[in-house]
Design a protein around this ligand. Structure first.
Ligand code: C5P
Length: 257
Protein backbone atom coordinates (compact mmCIF):
# COMPACT_ATOMS: atom_id res chain seq x y z
CA UNK A 1 0.00 0.00 0.00
CA UNK A 2 2.97 2.33 0.53
CA UNK A 3 4.64 4.33 -2.19
CA UNK A 4 6.69 1.60 -3.79
CA UNK A 5 10.22 1.84 -5.15
CA UNK A 6 8.91 0.46 -8.42
CA UNK A 7 6.53 3.40 -8.66
CA UNK A 8 9.37 5.81 -8.11
CA UNK A 9 11.44 4.16 -10.86
CA UNK A 10 8.57 3.90 -13.33
CA UNK A 11 6.68 7.20 -13.15
CA UNK A 12 3.71 6.06 -15.25
CA UNK A 13 2.73 3.94 -12.26
CA UNK A 14 2.11 7.14 -10.30
CA UNK A 15 -0.69 8.22 -12.63
CA UNK A 16 -4.19 7.46 -11.37
CA UNK A 17 -6.75 7.50 -14.17
CA UNK A 18 -10.36 8.14 -13.10
CA UNK A 19 -12.84 5.92 -14.91
CA UNK A 20 -15.46 8.68 -15.02
CA UNK A 21 -17.71 6.85 -17.48
CA UNK A 22 -21.24 5.45 -17.25
CA UNK A 23 -20.77 1.80 -18.29
CA UNK A 24 -18.54 -1.18 -17.55
CA UNK A 25 -17.82 -1.61 -21.27
CA UNK A 26 -16.52 1.95 -21.50
CA UNK A 27 -14.46 1.50 -18.36
CA UNK A 28 -13.00 -1.69 -19.82
CA UNK A 29 -12.16 0.18 -23.03
CA UNK A 30 -10.15 2.76 -21.08
CA UNK A 31 -8.40 0.11 -19.01
CA UNK A 32 -7.28 -1.69 -22.20
CA UNK A 33 -6.35 1.59 -23.87
CA UNK A 34 -4.23 2.88 -20.98
CA UNK A 35 -2.80 -0.32 -19.48
CA UNK A 36 0.97 0.18 -19.27
CA UNK A 37 0.58 3.98 -19.53
CA UNK A 38 -1.08 4.59 -16.14
CA UNK A 39 -0.69 2.53 -12.98
CA UNK A 40 -3.89 2.90 -11.01
CA UNK A 41 -7.52 3.05 -12.15
CA UNK A 42 -10.00 4.99 -10.08
CA UNK A 43 -13.59 3.86 -9.75
CA UNK A 44 -15.82 6.74 -8.72
CA UNK A 45 -19.43 7.19 -7.75
CA UNK A 46 -20.89 7.11 -11.27
CA UNK A 47 -19.36 3.79 -12.29
CA UNK A 48 -19.86 2.22 -8.86
CA UNK A 49 -23.55 3.16 -8.74
CA UNK A 50 -24.17 1.92 -12.26
CA UNK A 51 -22.15 -1.31 -12.12
CA UNK A 52 -22.03 -2.26 -8.44
CA UNK A 53 -19.08 -3.49 -6.39
CA UNK A 54 -18.15 -6.23 -8.93
CA UNK A 55 -16.62 -3.54 -11.11
CA UNK A 56 -13.67 -3.34 -8.70
CA UNK A 57 -12.68 -6.97 -9.29
CA UNK A 58 -13.10 -6.59 -13.07
CA UNK A 59 -10.86 -3.55 -13.26
CA UNK A 60 -8.33 -4.97 -10.83
CA UNK A 61 -7.38 -7.78 -13.19
CA UNK A 62 -5.81 -5.29 -15.62
CA UNK A 63 -4.66 -2.53 -13.27
CA UNK A 64 -0.91 -2.77 -12.60
CA UNK A 65 -1.21 -0.59 -9.51
CA UNK A 66 -4.63 -1.69 -8.33
CA UNK A 67 -7.98 0.05 -7.97
CA UNK A 68 -8.66 3.28 -6.14
CA UNK A 69 -12.28 3.21 -4.95
CA UNK A 70 -13.26 6.86 -4.67
CA UNK A 71 -16.63 6.96 -2.91
CA UNK A 72 -15.68 9.84 -0.59
CA UNK A 73 -17.62 8.57 2.41
CA UNK A 74 -19.00 11.16 4.82
CA UNK A 75 -21.46 10.07 7.53
CA UNK A 76 -21.63 9.31 11.23
CA UNK A 77 -18.64 7.23 12.40
CA UNK A 78 -20.64 4.02 12.87
CA UNK A 79 -22.00 4.11 9.32
CA UNK A 80 -18.65 5.00 7.78
CA UNK A 81 -16.94 2.19 9.70
CA UNK A 82 -19.46 -0.36 8.44
CA UNK A 83 -19.27 0.91 4.87
CA UNK A 84 -15.48 0.73 4.95
CA UNK A 85 -15.66 -2.84 6.26
CA UNK A 86 -17.76 -3.74 3.22
CA UNK A 87 -15.30 -1.93 0.92
CA UNK A 88 -12.36 -3.76 2.49
CA UNK A 89 -13.79 -7.07 1.30
CA UNK A 90 -13.91 -5.87 -2.32
CA UNK A 91 -10.21 -5.82 -3.23
CA UNK A 92 -9.55 -2.10 -3.76
CA UNK A 93 -6.08 -0.79 -2.92
CA UNK A 94 -7.36 2.54 -1.56
CA UNK A 95 -10.72 4.01 -0.61
CA UNK A 96 -11.62 7.60 0.24
CA UNK A 97 -13.42 9.27 3.10
CA UNK A 98 -13.90 13.01 3.65
CA UNK A 99 -11.92 14.44 6.55
CA UNK A 100 -15.10 16.08 7.83
CA UNK A 101 -15.22 17.69 11.23
CA UNK A 102 -15.23 14.72 13.59
CA UNK A 103 -11.98 12.70 13.71
CA UNK A 104 -13.98 9.76 15.08
CA UNK A 105 -15.29 9.27 11.55
CA UNK A 106 -11.74 8.87 10.23
CA UNK A 107 -10.86 6.49 13.04
CA UNK A 108 -13.96 4.43 12.28
CA UNK A 109 -12.98 4.29 8.61
CA UNK A 110 -9.49 3.05 9.48
CA UNK A 111 -10.89 0.50 11.90
CA UNK A 112 -13.38 -0.75 9.28
CA UNK A 113 -10.60 -1.00 6.71
CA UNK A 114 -8.69 -3.30 9.08
CA UNK A 115 -5.50 -2.91 7.05
CA UNK A 116 -7.09 -4.51 3.98
CA UNK A 117 -7.58 -1.24 2.10
CA UNK A 118 -5.66 2.02 2.51
CA UNK A 119 -7.83 4.87 3.71
CA UNK A 120 -7.20 8.17 1.95
CA UNK A 121 -8.75 11.25 3.52
CA UNK A 122 -10.06 13.99 1.25
CA UNK A 123 -8.95 17.31 2.77
CA UNK A 124 -10.45 20.16 0.73
CA UNK A 125 -11.79 19.33 -2.74
CA UNK A 126 -9.77 20.88 -5.57
CA UNK A 127 -13.02 22.32 -6.91
CA UNK A 128 -13.35 24.52 -3.80
CA UNK A 129 -12.14 28.14 -3.92
CA UNK A 130 -11.35 30.69 -1.20
CA UNK A 131 -14.68 32.30 -1.99
CA UNK A 132 -16.55 29.03 -1.46
CA UNK A 133 -14.85 28.64 1.92
CA UNK A 134 -15.73 32.21 2.91
CA UNK A 135 -19.33 31.69 1.88
CA UNK A 136 -19.40 28.50 3.95
CA UNK A 137 -18.53 30.55 7.03
CA UNK A 138 -14.77 30.08 7.30
CA UNK A 139 -12.91 33.09 8.68
CA UNK A 140 -10.63 34.88 6.20
CA UNK A 141 -7.48 33.44 7.81
CA UNK A 142 -8.65 29.95 6.83
CA UNK A 143 -10.58 30.70 3.65
CA UNK A 144 -7.75 32.63 2.03
CA UNK A 145 -5.12 30.08 3.02
CA UNK A 146 -6.56 26.70 2.08
CA UNK A 147 -3.18 25.14 2.86
CA UNK A 148 -3.86 25.80 6.56
CA UNK A 149 -7.10 23.87 6.40
CA UNK A 150 -5.54 21.10 4.31
CA UNK A 151 -2.64 20.77 6.74
CA UNK A 152 -4.87 20.73 9.80
CA UNK A 153 -7.01 18.02 8.22
CA UNK A 154 -3.96 16.06 7.06
CA UNK A 155 -2.65 15.99 10.63
CA UNK A 156 -5.97 14.64 11.84
CA UNK A 157 -5.94 12.03 9.08
CA UNK A 158 -2.51 10.85 10.08
CA UNK A 159 -3.44 10.72 13.75
CA UNK A 160 -6.46 8.61 12.83
CA UNK A 161 -4.22 6.13 11.01
CA UNK A 162 -5.10 7.00 7.41
CA UNK A 163 -2.67 5.93 4.68
CA UNK A 164 -2.64 9.43 3.25
CA UNK A 165 -4.58 12.41 1.99
CA UNK A 166 -6.04 13.81 -1.17
CA UNK A 167 -5.23 17.50 -1.68
CA UNK A 168 -4.29 19.94 -4.40
CA UNK A 169 -0.73 20.09 -5.74
CA UNK A 170 -0.70 23.64 -4.43
CA UNK A 171 -0.86 22.38 -0.84
CA UNK A 172 1.22 19.23 -1.21
CA UNK A 173 4.45 20.90 -0.07
CA UNK A 174 2.83 22.04 3.18
CA UNK A 175 1.66 18.53 3.93
CA UNK A 176 4.96 16.93 2.91
CA UNK A 177 7.02 19.28 5.06
CA UNK A 178 4.90 18.42 8.08
CA UNK A 179 4.28 14.73 7.44
CA UNK A 180 6.97 12.58 5.81
CA UNK A 181 6.47 9.44 3.74
CA UNK A 182 5.16 6.78 3.90
CA UNK A 183 2.10 9.01 4.47
CA UNK A 184 0.73 9.37 0.95
CA UNK A 185 -0.20 12.52 -0.91
CA UNK A 186 -2.54 12.08 -3.84
CA UNK A 187 -3.22 15.16 -5.96
CA UNK A 188 -6.11 15.62 -8.39
CA UNK A 189 -6.67 18.90 -10.24
CA UNK A 190 -3.65 18.36 -12.49
CA UNK A 191 -3.64 20.61 -15.55
CA UNK A 192 -0.92 21.20 -18.17
CA UNK A 193 1.26 24.05 -16.98
CA UNK A 194 -1.03 24.48 -13.97
CA UNK A 195 -3.25 26.72 -16.12
CA UNK A 196 -6.72 27.56 -14.82
CA UNK A 197 -9.12 25.25 -16.65
CA UNK A 198 -12.55 26.03 -18.08
CA UNK A 199 -14.14 23.31 -15.93
CA UNK A 200 -14.98 22.58 -12.30
CA UNK A 201 -11.41 22.38 -10.96
CA UNK A 202 -10.11 25.49 -9.16
CA UNK A 203 -6.96 24.76 -7.14
CA UNK A 204 -4.96 23.24 -9.99
CA UNK A 205 -1.26 22.50 -10.45
CA UNK A 206 0.92 21.00 -13.16
CA UNK A 207 2.13 17.42 -12.79
CA UNK A 208 5.71 18.70 -12.38
CA UNK A 209 4.72 21.14 -9.62
CA UNK A 210 2.74 18.47 -7.73
CA UNK A 211 5.63 16.00 -7.85
CA UNK A 212 8.20 18.64 -6.87
CA UNK A 213 5.95 19.48 -3.92
CA UNK A 214 6.03 15.87 -2.73
CA UNK A 215 2.95 14.25 -4.27
CA UNK A 216 3.14 10.48 -4.64
CA UNK A 217 0.22 9.85 -6.99
CA UNK A 218 -1.54 12.16 -9.45
CA UNK A 219 -5.18 11.77 -10.42
CA UNK A 220 -5.39 12.85 -14.05
CA UNK A 221 -8.63 12.48 -15.97
CA UNK A 222 -9.66 14.99 -18.59
CA UNK A 223 -6.13 16.00 -19.71
CA UNK A 224 -5.65 12.35 -20.76
CA UNK A 225 -9.20 11.38 -21.72
CA UNK A 226 -9.81 14.40 -23.93
CA UNK A 227 -6.38 14.38 -25.59
CA UNK A 228 -6.26 13.46 -29.30
CA UNK A 229 -3.94 10.58 -28.35
CA UNK A 230 -4.59 9.57 -24.71
CA UNK A 231 -1.68 7.11 -24.53
CA UNK A 232 0.73 9.75 -25.80
CA UNK A 233 -0.70 12.26 -23.32
CA UNK A 234 -0.15 9.80 -20.44
CA UNK A 235 3.39 9.11 -21.61
CA UNK A 236 4.17 12.83 -21.81
CA UNK A 237 2.91 13.29 -18.25
CA UNK A 238 5.02 10.35 -17.08
CA UNK A 239 8.07 12.04 -18.63
CA UNK A 240 7.13 15.27 -16.85
CA UNK A 241 6.88 13.35 -13.54
CA UNK A 242 10.30 11.74 -14.13
CA UNK A 243 11.96 15.09 -14.83
CA UNK A 244 10.33 16.71 -11.79
CA UNK A 245 11.33 13.81 -9.56
CA UNK A 246 14.94 14.02 -10.76
CA UNK A 247 14.93 17.78 -10.17
CA UNK A 248 13.42 17.42 -6.70
CA UNK A 249 15.99 14.81 -5.72
CA UNK A 250 18.79 17.04 -6.98
CA UNK A 251 17.67 19.94 -4.81
CA UNK A 252 18.70 19.33 -1.20
CA UNK A 253 15.75 19.28 1.18
CA UNK A 254 13.25 19.50 -1.64
CA UNK A 255 12.15 15.92 -1.32
CA UNK A 256 11.82 13.45 1.48
CA UNK A 257 11.37 9.72 1.64
O1 C5P B 1 -8.47 15.48 -14.16
P1 C5P B 1 -9.95 15.55 -13.89
O2 C5P B 1 -10.40 16.90 -13.37
O3 C5P B 1 -10.79 15.08 -15.04
O4 C5P B 1 -10.18 14.51 -12.70
C1 C5P B 1 -11.47 14.35 -12.20
C2 C5P B 1 -11.44 13.29 -11.17
O5 C5P B 1 -10.73 13.73 -10.01
C3 C5P B 1 -12.84 12.90 -10.72
O6 C5P B 1 -12.90 11.48 -10.73
C4 C5P B 1 -12.93 13.43 -9.33
O7 C5P B 1 -13.74 12.64 -8.51
C5 C5P B 1 -11.50 13.41 -8.87
N1 C5P B 1 -11.23 14.37 -7.82
C6 C5P B 1 -10.84 13.92 -6.60
N2 C5P B 1 -10.60 14.81 -5.58
C7 C5P B 1 -10.71 16.10 -5.78
C8 C5P B 1 -11.12 16.58 -7.03
C9 C5P B 1 -11.37 15.66 -8.05
O8 C5P B 1 -10.69 12.72 -6.39
N3 C5P B 1 -10.39 16.95 -4.81
Amino acid sequence: MAFEDLERREPWRRIVFPLDVPAASEAQHWVEELAGCVGVFKVGLELFIRCGPEIVARIRERAAGGVFLDLKLHDIPHTVGRAMRAIAAGGARWATVHCGENPAMLRAAVEGAAGRVGVLAVTVLTSVSAEHLREAGFEAAWAENPERLVLERARRAREAGCAGVVCSGREAAWVRRAIPRPFLIVTPGIRPGGAAPADDQVRVASAAAAVAAGADYLVIGRPIREAPDPRAAARAIAAEIAAAEAGARGAPGAHQG
